[in-house]
Design a protein around this ligand. Structure first.
Ligand code: KG4
Ligand code: ZN
Length: 349
């Protein structure tokens, strides 16, 4: 059983031997829309209300009963503390009541594991581009649960999803911004405005893989403040912004594969649901001779199945279960899929 409550989605999923048996998802997104972003306390309360119904719904979808559960995995970070606490409390309760082991897992490792539910085990090595609301990173991964994950780069400021959300607000497209820009951009011209591609070009030497999106966001804000060219529409601005983000993400991800002699690129996280990102990555990976893997849309954004996928991998790898007194790690950095693990495991390569 996997439980995810790091943000505004209450997700529960069941995975056995790499196969998704069933899952269920509730979202408090609508309750946050009028605030323009997720309100932690509102999200936490919604998790409390949705938790047991989602466990029961996922059990029903999987054709399982609680007695079938062999282990419980839960997101322990990163995320909103009060929201994470609800999932952890639920996971501990189920694990205690069922007398099964429990695993504290890293949310972003879950995003990567989501792809294994559709495409099978990840090849070793692979480059993973994680693009979510809070993170943008390029990772070099050999074994998702058995080995230390190497960060090739991260964002210096805003995450890609955050840039989508902020620019959507600027353009009056509402929250959540990613899907809104994705939709609006379909009617726009991606070449209408040449927005900057941060940290690309000769001046970025030595920092070719790093990301920065706050300057791009400011460039869109300046453009809008000046007054949009009357010949252009909001859709053109959205499409041009989206093109800049996608161009930077795909270029750097492909470069990371080249620099590390890796032939498989995996793109995961909420922004991997973006239509233009998926199309551009497909085209450019094919041209570069790289294998591209992207989870199905519904497994890109937060869900419980991806956390169950990590739990299943940990169980099958014989990982030691997490101590029962673990708590939240709201700012956890992704070095290992499992959080709160014994020192001797941490010391291994
Ligand atoms: O991974 P996720 O569901 O939650 C986090 O772990 O942050 O990612 C949420 C982010 C939000 O910023 C949202 O705007 C973005 O993913 N997103 C998208 C799309 N769908 C979700 N961004 C661009 N295009 C989309 N279709
Ligand atoms: Zn996420």
């Amino acid at each position: 059983m996997g439980i995810e409550t790091s943000c505004d989605e209450t997700g529960v999923g069941f995975v056995r031997d790499g196969v998704l048996l069933g899952d269920a998802l509730a979202s408090s997104m609508d309750e946050h829309a009028r605030f323009g972003g997720v309100v932690p306390e509102v999200a936490a309360r919604a998790h409390v209300n949705a938790m047991v119904p989602m466990v029961n719904a996922a059990l029903g979808n999987a054709g399982l009963s609680l007695r079938d559960v062999g282990a419980v995995a839960v997101t322990a970070g990163p995320g909103l503390t009060s929201a994470l606490q609800v999932g952890i409390a639920a996971a501990k309760s189920y694990a205690l009541a069922l007398d099964v082991p429990m695993y504290a897992v890293h949310h972003l490792a879950g995003h990567a594991a989501a792809d294994t539910l559709e495409h099978g085990p990840l090849p070793s090595p692979c480059v993973i581009l994680i693009v979510s609301g809070g993170h943008t990173s390029l990772l070099l991964v050999r074994d998702l649960v058995d080995q230390r994950i190497l960060h090739l780069s991260d964002t210096w400021d805003d995450a890609a999803g955050e840039a989508f959300d902020k620019v959507a607000r600027l353009l009056g497209l509402g929250y959540p911004g990613g899907p809104a820009i994705d939709r609006a951009a379909r009617d726009g011209d991606p070449r209408a405005i040449a927005f900057p591609r941060p940290l690309t070009g000769p001046q970025a030497r030595g920092q070719e893989l790093e990301f920065s999106f706050s300057g791009l966001k400011t460039a869109v804000a300046r453009y809008v403040e000046k007054g949009v060219d009357p010949a252009l529409t909001t859709a053109d601005v959205a499409a041009s912004f989206q093109e800049a983000v996608v161009d930077v993400l795909v270029s750097k991800a492909i470069l990371a594969c080249r620099m590390h002699d890796v032939s498989t690129l995996v793109i995961v996280g909420g922004v991997a649901a973006n239509g233009r990102l998926r199309a551009s990555a497909e085209e450019r990976c094919a041209a570069a001779g790289l294998q591209l893997r992207v989870p199905p849309m519904r497994l890109c954004t937060d869900n419980g199945a991806m956390i169950a996928a990590i739990g299943d991998l940990l169980v099958r790898a014989g990982a030691p279960d997490s101590p029962r007194d673990f708590s939240v790690d709201p700012a956890a950095v992704l070095h290992r899929a499992q959080l709160f693990i014994p020192e001797e495991v941490l010391a291994s390569p």
